[in-house]
Design a protein around this ligand. Structure first.
Ligand SMILES: C[S@@+](CC[C@H](N)C(=O)[O-])C[C@H]1O[C@@H](n2cnc3c(N)ncnc32)[C@H](O)[C@@H]1O
Length: 244
């Protein structure tokens, strides 16, 4: 049987938010490759090899997965959320760029529910108008570029979703981002902190920028900042469809 490679999104955490397409593909797989906590979400079974690896080896992991598929194995590379959002799908295509002999392989990307959309649904509809997503990690881009993009998005009145807002290795980036947002959007703009969305530890908190502190976010949090029209309705937050 010829091998294939799927890059699949496992959704934000709740097993009910894994798509049927991803579930069926995992059932047909011989190998699952990915970052340790994501591979831990896959139930072991006879005939399935699990290949967990560390966070910082994305390209090596992608090459190893492609190699296995080229040898005839049925390989699923797993990401949390959606595999195309700050995740493994780009790493696989980057690995393919330099290896034309691999480009004819049977490769598919299977979408998943990204953290931003699950968080927005928990909050109400804060992304109901134009929005953008920005990864606040400076592992793969300079901090100055992050700040420039936050300034530009806030200046254009986009709602914004921030992934990887704060980690132990860069405790100060998010504080600077909050300062930029307060300068550009003013103190009353709504900001939602959605932690561990769709898991039993889920916690959602909406405050104004004046009340927001860096400690409200960690690496399991996605942060959503509304646009100038975003408002509360009951316990929900929403952004109107119209900017007229
Ligand atoms: C490397 S990115 C991966 C994003 C993933 N591919 C997606 O589509 O959701 C990791 C970041 O996603 C966010 N994230 C992932 N799962 C989450 C969840 N269940 N609740 C809140 N944020 C989450 C956090 O901001 C975390 O730092």
């Amino acid at each position: 049987m010829s091998g294939w490679l799927c890059i699949a999104g496992l959704g934000p955490g709740d097993p009910n938010l894994v798509t049927p397409e991803v579930t069926l593909t995992l059932e047909a797989a011989t190998d699952v490759v990915g970052y340790i906590p994501y591979v831990a979400r896959i139930a072991p079974r006879a005939g399935l090899r699990l290949h967990p690896s560390d966070n910082r080896v994305e390209l090596d992991r992608a090459r190893a997965a492609i190699d296995m598929a080229a040898q005839g194995r049925r390989v699923v590379v797993v990401s949390s959320g959606d595999p195309g959002v700050f995740a493994m799908a780009s790493a696989v295509f980057e690995a393919l760029e330099n290896r034309p002999e691999w480009q004819a392989l049977d490769i598919r990307v299977l979408p998943g529910i990204t953290a931003m959309l699950a968080a927005a649904a928990s909050a109400g509809a804060p992304l109901g108008h134009d929005f953008c997503a920005i990864n606040l990690s400076d592992n793969l881009k300079p901090a100055a570029l992050i700040e420039a993009r936050v300034r530009a998005a806030a200046g254009a009145d986009f709602a914004m979703a921030f992934y990887n807002p704060r980690s132990a290795s860069r405790p100060h980036t998010f504080g600077r981002v909050l300062d930029i947002l307060r300068d550009t959007c003013g103190p009353d703009r709504l900001i939602s902190f959605a932690r561990a969305v769709s898991t039993p530890e889920e916690k959602l908190r909406t405050v104004t920028l004046a009340e927001a502190t860096p400690e409200m976010a960690d690496m399991r949090t996605v942060v959503i900042v509304g646009n100038s029209a975003t408002r509360r309705v009951g316990r929900f937050v929403y952004t109107p469809r119209s900017a007229l």
